[in-house]
Design a protein around this ligand. Sequence first.
Ligand SMILES: [Zn+2]
Ligand SMILES: [Zn+2]
Length: 208
Amino acid sequence: SAQGGPVSICYICGAELGPGKEFQLNVNPASRLGEKEPFFPFLTVYPPAPRARPVDSTGLVATCVLCYHDLLAQWLQHEARSTHHTVSAWSRQYQVETFVCFFCQQEKKRCLGLKSVRVARLPLFLYTLRASHSLLVDDGQQLIIGACVECGTLVCAGQGLNRQGPMSWSSPVAAATKVSSSCPSFHSAPPSLASAASSVSWALSVCH
Ligand SMILES: [Zn+2]
Ligand SMILES: [Zn+2]
């Protein structure tokens, strides 16, 4: 129904995938490479997100960068375990119904609830002790972080403010002051969320 051709949708979380942002996972083993290449048979019975393409005739599904790397990481965990105790790659279980927001550390439903946020590669994000099952991908230039809708919206608001006045964003304190005085949603945010989001605003100001 979209103009200019069908929009690609992440099979797992339902995020819209822009050009060049589509990753592909195999449902079946790639025939030449056997069962050493990652493949995810559970996807044949896992319900696709709204508007997502079903598994295609070659056994591929489209995913976003966060879901793709999350499933590869889970595959590798299964591989590491299976040296001592064999679980067939065909019957492995994967945890994709929920994720943990990097910022508020709440477990959220992934389908239509996962927002990807791009931030600078700062130690603040790289070395922060992460909650288990939070999502973070380092593409070498930026970090892509999995946020819930609420935190993702706050971070985007920070980016908007940053574009309006880069000169005033010289320190985290200035950033926090600026955000708390001009962003109404901050007044109702829990303290931990407000501080995480102001750190993000600061990171964005450093990056641009
Ligand atoms: Zn996704
Ligand atoms: Zn959150």
